[in-house]
Design a protein. Structure first.
Lengths: 335, 335
DNA sequence: GTGAAAGCGCTAACAG
DNA sequence: CTGTTAGCGCTTTCAC
């Protein structure tokens, strides 16, 4: 591969002149500019980004860490982020924390080792050690989905409390009184917010919630299936279920089907997040959807803002809660 | 960040000794080893991978390029590849060609610029220029899904001809004679193979295929929808459809539904590839599924084989066609 | 306007 | 067994 030396030799100038011409042509005479340009063209010179990174401490790479890359959300976000990155000549390193904070931190180290110029993270940890680690990262950081208290980083997510509240309200309006909630993992910000949204709305409506009616899953289909099975075969089965997320809802749907029940005739179901291929799944689910596309746009624009800015002029951490949209399907009916 | 200098100073040895100790401890005295180890621990030294890359010309990064990262297949493959990579201390750069060969080559340049140690590629180009470019890459390369004739790279894919043949056979056995095929983009290896599988099987069964019964889509749902609409509203509509891939099938299903038809009562449908959440979609589709998981395993193990080997001892390009499995659902019935 | 020289952090001959 | 030295390819003062 041709180096800046080769260009310099061919153009009959020093390498520092070539380097200068490359980043501030105005400070080099027109003649020299042309000779250099020609030499570059002739030998097909491309600057070695590794050498630049070694010098500057910043690579043209950004890192993105998700809990699970098979979640359909992920693909959509990655797609938009990757496009935004490529426009700015950056590549994207993708990694999966598997929801494990230790793993997450280990990956972050690797990423910082590669001198990434910025990070997008769906954080899954908490506690002082975790926070301290993130605070020391010293790279532009945008967090997604889960809000971490006390972290000086940008955050983009949606109003999870509202999402639950809308759906709960919707089911109550149909006349349901025994509504169950299959929550996400306790301790996760989104899961806690969604649960609060459910409980608050039930309380406001003057409806009590049995302990047995709130169970904790892990945002995965299999667990959703198991928990739904238990709920639906219990003596006092609910007439409606609020599933904490899309994949959980699919598990629930499967359980309903396997039990020979019908939705919405025997049981109403709503969930937060869109479901892949939701238009084809019968019945169409009533859900509170967040705009992945908006999340990805905001995240990448904020990230590149910070990457372009010097640390000095960097704005304080920003936060944005997007409003979920209620999409009414055919998965709810009177009890 | 601590450098090897700091370690050397603290341990009271030269930096070359530290470097040596780091990669071949046996050539350093036990005492020195310990002093160095201690120093490393004390200041939390981690070698700067960028400097190593500059020296060696190889980074601990691998690149993977897909046509479209929102395809559910992609997430599963990425997941396995990323795990295999992380075990070997490699990170994964992910990029999307959007099925555009030019874009694909541009991304490859970037990736090679980053001195990736290996590449996994779903190739979408053809022609001499394209081939030459790939041949000059000079990095371990594993191609997936689409086989490119004349490319000296490993290839893992499935037997697309067989997949189509099995499904076509299946529909013929139900008594269908007017079967339509919504193919993928003409010129793509998988699409051509699938079409051949369909046509060959029809021919063998002595069934003619109207030109109108073979239409070309783009492997995307929307196009599948449009083409299915056209087929299903034509005067001589088919009694069964073979969709070239999963997302196309979902588009077809949607079209069937929107027309007020029922599958399989009015129209039978089969497709190649698994469908996300296929268990929940009604009717369960009859499909020929390929094991993404096997593909990913083979691809990553082959890739890391080559990465670990010197170029000299590298084996010639390997090829592997996995056998698709017929999964019978409820989407077929007699015409 | 252009060039010489130092240095980013590491590796690998080559001496000793 | 350990240290000296010369780069990998680029950027960036600082002179001229």
């Amino acid at each position: 591969m041709a180096t800046i030396r080769d260009v310099a030799r061919l153009a009959g100038v020093s390498i520092s002149t070539v380097s200068l011409a490359l980043r501030d042509a105005s400070r080099v005479s027109l003649q020299t500019q042309e000779r250099i340009a020609e030499a570059i063209r002739d030998i097909g010179y491309v600057a070695n980004p590794i050498a630049q990174t070694l010098k500057s401490g910043r690579s043209r790479l950004i890192g993105i860490i998700f809990g699970n890359v098979t979640n359909p959300f992920f693909g959509e976000i990655l797609q938009k982020v990757e496009r935004a990155a490529l426009e700015r000549d950056h590549l994207v390193i993708v990694s999966e924390s598997r929801f494990d904070p230790e793993r997450e931190l280990a990956i972050l180290s690797h990423l910082v080792g590669q001198r990434v110029s910025g990070l997008i993270l769906v954080p899954h940890g908490r506690g002082e050690r975790y926070l301290n680690y993130l605070r020391r990262l010293d790279r532009p950081l945008v967090t997604l989905d889960h809000r971490v208290e006390g972290l000086p980083a940008d955050f983009v997510g949606s109003d999870n409390h509202l999402a639950s509240a809308m759906l709960t309200e919707h089911m109550i309006r149909y006349g349901h009184r025994r509504i169950a909630h299959i929550a996400g993992p306790s301790g996760l910000w989104t899961a806690d917010e969604r649960k609060r949204g459910f409980l608050d709305t039930m309380a406001t409506a003057g409806l009590g919630v049995d302990d047995a009616m709130v169970v904790h899953g892990d945002y995965e289909a299999e667990m959703g299936y198991g928990l739904a099975m238990r709920l639906l075969t219990s003596a006092s089965r609910p007439t409606a279920i609020l599933a904490a997320n899309n994949t959980t809802a699919l598990g629930v749907l499967q359980a309903i089907d396997d039990l020979g029940l019908r939705c919405p005739q025997h049981i109403s179901l709503t969930c937060i997040d869109d479901v892949p291929w939701s238009k084809i799944i019968k019945p169409r689910l009533t859900m509170a959807v967040q705009s992945t596309s908006d999340i990805a746009d905001i995240a990448s624009s904020w990230l590149f803002d910070r990457i372009d800015q010097s640390v000095a002029t960097a704005p304080p951490p920003r936060e944005r809660l997007l409003m979920p949209k209620l999409v009414v399907g055919q998965s709810c009916a009177p009890p």
